[in-house]
Design a protein around this ligand. Structure first.
Ligand code: RP5
Length: 167
C-alpha cells in the first residue's frame, strides 16, 4: 500500500483477500465520485495478522480518517481492525459461495460493547463508501454540500422515474 502521508488518502479501504475486490471496488468508486482520496489494500486478519495490526495502529497517524473493511466467511477483519484503531470502521460483509453472505454479516455485525463497527448490508460496499464520505462531511462543509447535492440527485432520479411510469 502506498504511504497515505504522501498520497493524502483520507479513507482506507482494506479487504481480507484480493478475491473481495469485485465487491469492494464499489466502495472505492463511491469515495472517488466525491473527490476524496483513498488507499486500497489487502490486509488479512487470519493470514497476515501482524500486518493487520500494524495497519490499524498506524492508520490515524498516517492521516486516514475512516476505514472501510470488507471480508467474507469468518469475517473477522473489520472487528479486529476496530479493536486496534480509534478511527471509525465500516464493515462490509462480502458474500461467498456458501451461506449467501449470512456468515460474513453475522461475523461482522455482532460486536462486543465498546468496539463498534458500522456494518452495511451484505455486498453493500457502495453504501460503505458513501457512509465514509458522510463521516468526513461532518467536519468538512464542502464535502457535506456535495453529499447534499448527491441526495438531491437521487430524489430527482426517482421523480423522473415516477414521471415516466405514471399513467
Ligand atoms: C476472507 O476469506 C476474505 O475476506 C475472503 O472473503 C475469504 C476468501 O479468501 P480467498 O480464499 O478467496 O483468498 O478472509
Amino acid at each position: 500500500m502506498a504511504d497515505s502521508t504522501s498520497t493524502g488518502a483520507r479513507v482506507g479501504i482494506v479487504m481480507g483477500s484480493d478475491s473481495d475486490w469485485p465487491v469492494m471496488e464499489a466502495a472505492a468508486e463511491a469515495v472517488a465520485e466525491f473527490g476524496v482520496r483513498f488507499e486500497v489494500g489487502v490486509v488479512s486478519a487470519h493470514r497476515t495478522p501482524q500486518r493487520m495490526l500494524d495497519y490499524a495502529r498506524d492508520a490515524a497517524d498516517r492521516g486516514i480518517e475512516v476505514i472501510v473493511a470488507g471480508a467474507g466467511g469468518a469475517a473477522h477483519l473489520p472487528g479486529m481492525v476496530a479493536s486496534a484503531t480509534p478511527l471509525p470502521v465500516i464493515g462490509v460483509p462480502v458474500p461467498l459461495k456458501y451461506l449467501d453472505g449470512m456468515d460474513s454479516l453475522l461475523s461482522i455485525v455482532q460486536m462486543p460493547a465498546g468496539v463498534p463497527v458500522a456494518t452495511v448490508s451484505i455486498g453493500g460496499a457502495r453504501n460503505a463508501g458513501l457512509l465514509a464520505v458522510r463521516i468526513l462531511g461532518a467536519s468538512d462543509p464542502a464535502l457535506r454540500g456535495r453529499m447534499a447535492d448527491f441526495q438531491r440527485g437521487l430524489e430527482q432520479m426517482v421523480l423522473e422515474k415516477d414521471e415516466a411510469l405514471r399513467r
